[in-house]
Ligand binder design. Structure first.
Ligand SMILES: NC(=O)c1ccc[n+]([C@@H]2O[C@H](COP(=O)([O-])OP(=O)(O)OC[C@H]3O[C@@H](n4cnc5c(N)ncnc54)[C@H](OP(=O)(O)O)[C@@H]3O)[C@@H](O)[C@H]2O)c1
Length: 319
């Protein structure tokens, strides 16, 4: 990286919430010249508030990573960027049979092509400037499969493959490329930003009950165990400050355990275990839905039985 006295400039995508927001605050607090970008500026007040609370300051800019023209303009305006953090990402849950092609493309446009576009734009400047650092926020889902999130996992696998490839291409130019692969952490991507495919509850789909079972599994078992998001942001800032870096960083207990299982060739057992939990959650959800249906039917019957005679007339519309 360029070695001068100037503050290092870091450009981060997706700073309206989650890892992006926290990384913007922590990097600004650590003394970086932070350009925090977000797609939706109406959410900028959260970041402003968090910066103020931390006694830090950053420039906040609008950027939709799926717009190549917006990426080009922003990167040109802030040249030279020393560090790029490709963080913006979306999730659309639902089986691979139910998710629409448009939704799959949207996931790839944001999670893969968005990061690729920014990397290509920024790397040219970094070459001119004599070096730089690119951190791609991938996922555990970029290392192992993720049922009912196949598009997300495929885009993250693509991002990991991209990172590992360009890492060597950019090495002669003193540009370091690393990826981070977090497991589940408490951010909006598993809460208010979690999208379900528009066909998620399509009763005609052979996957209907499994979609529902998976969601239940997520809400009951996975989301409550998700780790603190600040650990990921701290690790990203540590990577920014490090003299020497690893090609990739697996973050979180769940991600570490699954990665070790993969190294040890135990993926088969992990799949068996996930499948068992999925089937169990699906059966439980089916039973719950049946009970709900029975209750509803008996309530309806009760209402018909106890409906006072002449009730409709008492509303007065025929009198
Ligand atoms: N949390 C986890 O468990 C976890 C685990 C592994 C990896 N990750 C990855 O971590 C990254 C950050 O996600 P998060 O967990 O912090 O979730 P988050 O709170 O939902 O943050 C995602 C951010 O990406 C932004 N974004 C979405 N589409 C965009 C676009 N087209 N252009 C610019 N920004 C866009 C969102 O902005 P809006 O407000 O406009 O939607 C939001 O600021 C993602 O790449 C995600 O895949 C998360």
């Amino acid at each position: 990286m360029v070695d001068d006295d100037r503050q290092k400039r870091v450009l981060i995508t997706g700073c309206s919430s989650g890892f992006g927001l926290l990384t913007a605050v922590l990097s600004a607090k650590a003394g970086f010249d932070c350009i925090a970008t977000m797609r939706n500026m109406s959410r900028a007040d959260y970041l402003r508030g968090a910066l103020k609370q931390a006694g830090a300051c950053a420039k906040i800019e609008q950027l939709d990573v799926t717009s190549p023209e917006a990426v080009r303009q922003l990167v040109a305006r802030y040249a030279p960027v020393d560090i790029l953090v490709n963080n913006a990402g979306i999730l659309v849950m639902g089986s691979a049979l139910d998710i629409t092609e448009e939704e799959i493309r949207r996931v790839f446009e944001t999670n893969y092509f968005g990061a690729v576009g920014l990397t290509r734009a920024v790397a040219r400047q970094m070459i001119e400037a004599g070096g730089g650092l690119i951190i791609n926020v991938a996922s555990l889902a970029g290392l192992v499969g993720h049922p009912f999130n196949a598009a997300y996992a495929a885009a993250k696998h693509a991002l990991v493959g991209f990172s590992r490839s360009v890492r060597l291409e950019l090495k002669p130019f003193n540009i370091d490329v690393v990826s981070v692969e977090p497991g589940y952490h408490r951010t909006e991507i598993i809460r208010s930003n979690a999208n379900l495919t528009e066909n998620f509850y399509d009763k005609q789909s052979p996957m209907f009950e499994y979609n529902r079972g998976f969601l239940k599994l997520m809400l009951d078992e996975i989301v409550p165990r998700a780790a603190d998001a600040e650990r990921v942001a701290k690790k990203i800032v540590e990577i920014m400050q490090a003299e020497k870096r690893k090609p990739h960083y697996v973050i979180g207990k769940d991600a570490k355990l699954l990665t070790i299982a993969k190294w040890l060739g135990l993926t088969f057992y992990v799949e068996k275990w996930i499948y068992k939990y999925l089937v169990r959650a699906t059966r439980r959800e089916n039973r719950r839905a049946e009970a709900r249906g029975r209750r509803q039917r008996s309530d309806n019957r009760g209402q018909t039985k106890h409906k006072p005679a002449g009730a409709s007339r008492r509303t007065g519309d025929r009198r």
